[in-house]
Design a protein around this ligand. Structure first.
Ligand SMILES: NC(=O)c1ccc[n+]([C@@H]2O[C@H](COP(=O)([O-])OP(=O)(O)OC[C@H]3O[C@@H](n4cnc5c(N)ncnc54)[C@H](OP(=O)(O)O)[C@@H]3O)[C@@H](O)[C@H]2O)c1
Length: 397
């Protein structure tokens, strides 16, 4: 409790008011340390498109602590997620612009040059005036939300409540593999799905897509909490996932996946990391009228706002989600969408699981900072077996 209480940092309206009051003070404080170095190395995009949009610059704008609850982190390692590829292509641009600029004050394209990358493991350089939980020199990890400048840079600024102390046993390169997938999985299984340490024992859980970043974290979390876990994956991922503790693997490329799964005992919970047509039949794999839940991470929300604009996109998503919830509820199944939710306190819980040896990062490949475009191409090629990490300490551009 003490731990959480001491996390208290200013947030919301109060924080904004304080930000206005303290802005000059803080900016003056930062500028003293950054005047000599008002720019930093970063990978940026200047417009949306393919991998050739990625541009390395030594002159990216140095980030500023704008609110008193913010923390500046020197990035030691980062990792890539499918959202980095999607954002490079322009996915979510409308909704993210709305979040960055709710009053529509800024011109179109004001997000550029945009720094991608959500995960960070690094060291605290500066803290805002309200932050007491972190101090310069602390080793921390975080997943920075997609409406903020990202982590493929020398420094990043995050809210203190998005940041946590990094597990001591992990190197920066290992730690950077976890935050975004851990927080998304937590949002799906715990916040939306109601699963927790005390109610998972013996529950039959099916994960569509076990071999990527989300799948490898979800398997470990559910096994740590005593669930029986079945997952779908390619055959060449079988032994790798068995090593992570999964109970049953199903090759989604062999004969009918639906038939293979229907031959099994029904499930209490399904996490869908794949999307597509699966939803059309997968809910029948759940035990009806027993609190069984289907959660998907592949939602049309951003696609709708990109295509239809904010108001119509939100309305269409709301109608789609509402009608699916009602339809499945009438058949005794809970249906949910889940999204990544930044949270330092949740990362503290993941740290406990890492320290207890129940969760480990699954790093497939490590790239140096100069190899960021290569890392994007690797991610874009699919077939992940864990995470793609960018280690800044491997070389300095
Ligand atoms: N809603 C959110 O906020 C949120 C947040 C994070 C991620 N996501 C979504 O969740 C999904 C998973 O993310 P991730 O980080 O785990 O991606 P990832 O690391 O790229 O992994 C994707 C994995 O899925 C496997 N796969 C592909 N098609 C499959 C199929 N039909 N059946 C079973 N496995 C299949 C791939 O291996 P093979 O192709 O070799 O089989 C790969 O291992 C992505 O669609 C991502 O966009 C959503």
């Amino acid at each position: 409790m003490l731990h959480l209480a001491s996390r208290k940092v200013g947030s919301g309206l109060l924080s904004r008011i304080r930000a206005n009051v303290f802005e000059n003070v803080i900016c003056r404080k930062i500028s003293t340390s950054s005047r000599k170095q008002a720019v930093m190395p970063a990978w940026v995009i200047d417009r949306y498109g393919n991998n050739s949009m990625l541009r390395f610059t030594k002159n990216s704008m140095f980030p500023i602590i704008y609110y008193p609850n913010e923390v500046m982190i020197k990035v030691h390692a980062s990792s890539l997620n499918p959202i980095d590829i999607s954002m490079r292509n322009g996915y979510g641009a409308a909704a993210l612009k709305m979040k960055r600029d709710p009053l529509h004050i800024k011109a179109a394209g004001s997000e550029f040059p945009l720094i991608l990358g959500r995960d960070v493991s690094g060291v605290v350089m500066e803290t805002g005036l309200d932050v007491s939980y972190f101090k310069p020199g602390d080793e921390v990890w975080a997943a920075v939300p997609p409406w903020k400048q990202g982590t493929l840079a020398e420094f990043v600024v995050a809210s203190a409540n998005e940041v946590a102390h990094k597990p001591k046993a992990l190197s920066h390169s290992q730690a950077a593999a976890l935050p975004y997938v851990a927080l998304t999985t937590w949002s799906a299984l715990v916040n939306n799905g109601g699963l927790k340490k005390d109610n998972c024992k013996g529950k039959r859980v099916l994960i569509f897509g076990g071999s990527g970043g989300i799948g490898t974290f979800a398997i470990q979390l559910l096994k740590a909490w005593g669930a029986h876990v079945t997952t779908t994956c390619s055959e060449n991922a079988f032994s790798f996932l068995k090593d992570l503790g999964v109970d049953h693997v199903i090759n989604y490329k062999a004969q009918s996946l639906e038939k293979q799964l229907k031959d099994l005992e029904t499930f209490d919970f399904i996490l869908d990391n794949v999307g597509g047509q699966t939803e059309g039949w997968a809910l029948s794999l759940l035990k009806p009228w027993s609190g069984a839940t289907f959660i998907t991470l592949v939602t049309p929300f951003m696609i709708n706002t990109d295509r239809l604009g904010i108001a119509n996109g939100i309305a269409k998503s709301g109608i789609t989600l509402g009608s699916k919830i009602l339809k499945h509820l009438s058949q005794g199944i809970h249906y949910r969408w889940a999204i990544f939710t930044p949270s330092g306190p949740t990362l503290d819980k993941v740290t406990e699981l890492v320290d207890e040896g129940k969760i480990r990062p699954v790093v497939e490949q490590v790239f140096s900072f100069s190899e960021v475009p290569k890392a994007f191409l690797k991610m874009e090629g699919g077939h992940a077996r864990g995470k793609t990490v960018i280690d800044r300490s491997k070389e300095c551009l």
